[in-house]
Design a protein around this ligand. Structure first.
Ligand code: SF4
Length: 353
């Protein structure tokens, strides 16, 4: 029996996996099963990568037109993704040899749609900014980790999240979406403990932009987490249409509900490690990447694994102590090499399906 108590905190994707299906959580975070991702998932990752390249350092769009931005996806997609059937270290399973090229056309159409609204806006303050925060509560300390797709400054500070799904969520759904609750809590925490100000001091942007952002962050510092959250905008950016939807701001109730659910999840995970039972949720099966390896049974074969939430709490406490330093945010380098393009014949031969 091994001890699997290494605690990495709750990322939005870890939380989503837990909520989708306990067995999916088991495959992803306990067994760490590696399965190929779909073309849609690969395209979602590629759209995120293209967004990182949208602006020059001076804040103007890097691409002259929607068409040049759309065409910019061709090189990285064909050379880096299609040739190896891999993106960000994950293998891709294509449905048929033409799927990579159909997907390319869909991505180009989406990037054309994104170009217009994005070229009218100022660049974000931060992109792909990693965070790790620990939130104290009556039930203990809870650690949240992840990346903000963008932190922006408009009338207020805002978190913008890029989404690749075709379905536009209803406002009620967005009000309850816990991924946005995690973002709101995390940015409020960075502001509350002064770390956002430290990050802003390192920002390579015009002085007036930095001063304005610092002024907003300073005004909020000293307020409670929920008061800060009430002053933050949350934005859902649909990367299929270029549309941006305002997400309702988070309240004390949103935070309390998230913490209560996470607390219960940690208790249940501890129990599952010991019983080797991870409840299946067959409603999630049609979209699950583990569909081909999963037997749809809750019982997992093999010896139970020792797992202790006492360890998790202790480690979370250590991270809390570390909050006094500013070592938990990591600036991201955004340079990208765009390869030459042998599109399409040579690479088509190499598609693995
Ligand atoms: S295939 Fe279904 S039961 Fe199995 S992990 Fe995925 S969602 Fe859960």
């Amino acid at each position: 029996m091994g001890n699997k108590s290494r605690y990495t905190g709750w990322s939005p994707s870890r939380w989503r996996a837990w909520q989708d299906c306990e067995k999916k959580y088991y495959f992803t975070y306990v067994k760490r099963a590696e399965v190929p991702i779909t073309a849609e998932m690969a395209a979602g990752l590629m759209r995120h990568m293209r967004m990182l390249q949208f602006y020059k350092e001076d804040g103007s769009p890097k691409y002259k037109s929607a068409e040049t931005f759309a065409n910019s996806v061709k090189g990285p997609w064909i050379i880096e993704v299609v040739e190896n059937s891999e993106i960000a270290g994950r293998k891709i399973k294509w449905r048929d040899p033409q799927e990579p090229y159909r997907t390319l056309e869909v991505m180009k159409r989406d990037l054309r749609a994104i170009y217009e609204p994005y070229s009218q806006e100022a660049p974000p303050l931060f992109t792909e900014q990693r965070f790790k925060v620990v939130i104290p509560s009556k039930s203990g300390y809870f650690c949240f980790v992840g990346r903000f797709d963008e932190i922006r400054l408009g009338e207020r500070l805002a978190v913008r999240d890029h989404k690749s799904g075709l379905l536009i969520p209803e406002p009620e759904e967005l009000a309850e979406n816990e991924q946005f609750t995690i973002y709101s809590l995390a940015l409020a925490s960075l502001i509350e403990n002064g770390n956002l100000e430290r990050m802003l001091h390192t920002l390579r942007r015009p002085e007036d932009v930095k001063e304005k952002a610092l002024g907003v962050a300073r005004e909020l510092r000293g307020l409670s987490l929920v008061e800060i959250a009430q002053n933050l905008d949350l934005e859902y950016h649909n990367m299929r249409t270029g549309g941006i939807i305002q997400v309702p701001r988070r309240t004390q109730e949103s935070f309390d509900s998230l913490i209560a659910k996470v607390s219960e999840a940690e208790r249940k995970i501890s129990e599952n490690y010991n019983s080797n039972i991870w409840q299946v949720n067959e409603d999630s099966c049609p979209k699950c990447v583990f569909a081909n390896i999963c037997d749809r049974k809750s019982q997992v074969m093999g010896e139970p694994t020792l797992f202790s939430l006492v360890n998790e709490s202790r480690i979370a406490q250590e991270v809390q102590d570390g909050l006094r330093s500013d070592s938990f945010y990591i600036p991201v380098k955004q340079k990208e090499k765009v390869p030459k393009l042998p599109f399409p014949r040579q690479s088509r031969k190499k598609v693995n399906v």
